[in-house]
Write a protein that binds this ligand. Sequence first.
Ligand SMILES: Cc1ncc(COP(=O)(O)O)c(C=O)c1O
Length: 433
Amino acid sequence: MQDLNPIAIELNERIRTSAPSVFTLLSELGKRIYLPKGILSQTAEANIKAHRFNATRAIASEDGDMMHLAVSRELVPELTLEGVYGYAPVLGQPELRETWKTHLLEENPSLAEATLSLPIVTSGMTHGFSLIAELFVDSGDTLVLPDMIWGNYRLIFQTKAEAAIQTYPFFNAANEFNTSGFRETLTNATDEKLLVLLNFPHNPTGYAINRTEAQQIVDAIVARADAGCHILVMIDDAYAGLWYDASVMHESLFGMLVGCHPNVVPVKIDGATKEEYAWGLRVAFMSFGIEEATMQPLEQKLSGLIRADTSGASQVSQTLILEAMKARGYAEQKQRNYEILKERALKAKKVASDSRYAKLWEVYPSHAGYFMCLNLKSASAELARQHLLDEHGLGTIALGETGLRVAYSCLEESDIEMVFAVIAQVIEMVNSS
Ligand SMILES: Cc1ncc(COP(=O)(O)O)c(C=O)c1O
């Protein structure tokens, strides 16, 4: 076991004093990590004081600006050289962080009175989850997940971080979110430290919760916290904003979790990825529902972790997201995309739920996001997937024995009827062979 660096000891002490629960939740690496007072702090000091010559930055300059290649510069002529080629701050561009925070407050009325940290920029949401795993997960820690999930959670938390995953069925017998199964799993986990991950709108089904379900989830978490358990609750809001059904809650569960109990530490991971139609830009955000006195040392720890892996998210990607969010026409363009996705979602639901397909599959409830998921009644999902791909050039995702996920987000509305007709034809063929 390594000796802790004095800076790490100081950060730990500050966290322990201001929020004992956050300290209890830290992993061994989380306790060890810190941001050394090295090149970054010397550069920051020089940026303020070096008015004659600044020979600190590990970049090349020319005529007082950044040296660059015209061949790439020509592709983004309107952005500043710094905004394209400069290193972004480790935790992200300050203005982008502020802008995303404003966006979260606007979209989440429950956050109005709550404590919300300045979002930290990560290189996509996957990076955010990996950072959380490093900061909070030790081998053997329990992570509570439903049985239907975005598969990358397993790679990040189980394979990499060695968490022990405990699952509950996502749906109850009435095909609603299984709040009692969730509660039961929490109650049965006797650990003093628990990790919980919730994702609505949900991948793979597109399920979104209503207010009653949201309250039941919060109540279950608070009940476990009341019994002395420290709980990190991760909220995966990849598809936030893409709600198409008036019966579900049109804001994140995160808002209801912030401040719900001193033992509960909520963190919201969301992104430009899906919400801003910027998948490959790799810009996402991580926001905590904790006080500033705890956030400061925690940011230092996250700076250390980021410095040691990506060293920061892409500058040009952050600039593109920020400039887009400030641009005229931004809100209208987002609304336009939303309307298109909503039309596809409603069409896909209508077509897939048609009574002529009832003997072949059941459609899992879907209210939001990019996907819907069929529960095949007798065919193997993997077999159907292979036939669909090989014989009809139609790509779907097989999940478990009977789940077939269809991303209507990338189907034209006019093709949806045909897509489900082909799926039905293949399933009938698989069933009869
Ligand atoms: C539920 C969910 N969370 C997170 C992500 C990944 O986000 P990113 O591409 O920003 O890593 C996805 C992508 O498919 C997803 O479906």
